[in-house]
Design a protein around this ligand. Structure first.
Ligand code: 13P
Ligand code: SF4
Length: 359
């Protein structure tokens, strides 16, 4: 089960108090003058948060100074969706990417949902359109569609049920059907297929919006899509071998958006919350995190006696759009409001709520 990580209420803290906390947590890898600037920004964000009656949801990939100073809740996609659904605040500021802010709006449509930067997209969400899903459904009538939450609302609206990395296998198994369409992450789909003992095939997107299915002469139970996370697709088995050669005691954790070969080479695979908990509950002193680099720093700050080996050559350019300055401006100017057409929102909500009911 996932659980949103507990966060201290910092709205009553002074700039100096926020600064001292940031130095204690991040001083080892961030210059103190930079933390001073961040503390001043965080103080402003926290004042505006109270004035606007807002809640701030921070994904585990947020940059360390933001992660440790302004969110009311931090966590993975699933947990933050639950928090968005449950809040009674007037405004939800989503420090994450656009599909997450859309999910918050879908689940709690009477709130104002703000995303601090409209550049915060996602390569997986961009890999598939609602027309693609309709074409697949036309080709495979009656086969239920499971859609990863890393998709836009119009794609969710075409789906029977959503899933996140922490419940994907459970969602697929809950359907109890011979075949499922699982979209759009190729690697997550392959990892789920392996975990659930299913055979997966991949369609080809043709011109004029048609879909071609190959390999249908073999027995298959899942139909995937060739979307990839531009961060996780870059990790290789050679990366894991290189780090293991240098640090034989390292425990390797891979997000399920990594390839099945990389997941196989790792000691553990799970959602961002599951990886955080794994580090907290495992006695080993050194870990390699195959995921967005900022998360390694966030875990290191919370677990000072554990060393996080990070491969920071790949960063999520979308998550990295969100800064303390932009979060301050989001609350100051009430920007950028995320809205979804009611008809799409209502259909998408059914798919998201069906997932939340499963857990
Ligand atoms: P989680 O659901 O594990 O938080 O992952 C979200 C994401 O975007 C991973 O790249
Ligand atoms: Fe999308 Fe990958 Fe960035 Fe997550 S890390 S938001 S899946 S591009």
């Amino acid at each position: 089960m996932s659980a949103t990580l507990t966060v201290t209420d910092r709205t009553a803290m002074s700039v100096d108090e926020i600064y001292e906390e940031l130095v204690a947590k991040l001083g080892e890898f961030t210059p103190e003058f930079e933390l001073r600037v961040q503390a001043e920004l965080a103080w402003e964000v926290n004042q505006l948060k109270v004035q606007r009656n807002a809640v701030i949801l921070g994904h585990n990939y947020m940059e360390p100074a933001l992660f440790h100073s302004v969110p009311d809740f931090v966590g993975d996609s699933l947990d933050l969706s639950r928090k968005a659904a449950a809040t009674d605040k007037d405004v939800i500021v989503f420090c994450g990417v656009k599909f997450m802010a859309e999910t918050a709006k879908i689940l709690n449509p009477s709130r104002t949902v703000l995303l601090p930067s409209l550049k915060a997209g996602c390569s997986l969400a961009a890999s598939i359109t609602a027309a693609d899903v309709r074409a697949l459904k036309a080709r495979l009538p009656g086969v239920p569609v499971v859609t990863y939450v890393n998709t836009y609302a119009d794609v969710k609206a075409e789906s029977d049920i959503c899933c996140t990395s922490s419940n994907a296998a459970a969602v697929v198994e809950s359907l109890g059907t011979d075949t499922v369409i699982f979209l759009p992450d190729e690697y997550l789909a392959k990892n789920v297929a392996r975990d659930t003992g299913k055979h997966i095939i991949f369609p080809t997107r043709l011109a004029a919006g048609n879909i071609a299915l190959h390999d249908t002469d073999i027995d298959y139970q899942m139909v995937g899509w060739n979307g990839r996370c531009e961060v996780h697709e870059q990790f290789t088995v050679a990366d894991v071998a290189m780090v293991r050669a240098q640090f034989p005691d390292v425990v390797v954790l891979a997000h399920p958006e990594c390839s099945p070969e990389v997941v196989d080479a790792a000691d553990f695979s799970g959602s961002t919350n599951a990886m955080t908990r794994y580090v907290e509950n495992t006695p080993a002193s050194r870990y390699l995190l195959l995921t967005e680099c900022a998360m390694g720093e966030n875990i290191a700050a919370a677990n000072p006696h554990k060393e996080m080996v990070r491969l920071c050559m790949v960063r999520c350019p979308h998550m990295n759009q969100i800064t303390l300055e932009m979060t301050r401006d989001a609350l100051k100017y009430m920007q950028y409001e995320i809205d979804v057409p009611v008809e799409i929102m209502d259909r998408a909500r059914r798919a998201v709520e069906r997932m939340i009911a499963i857990g």
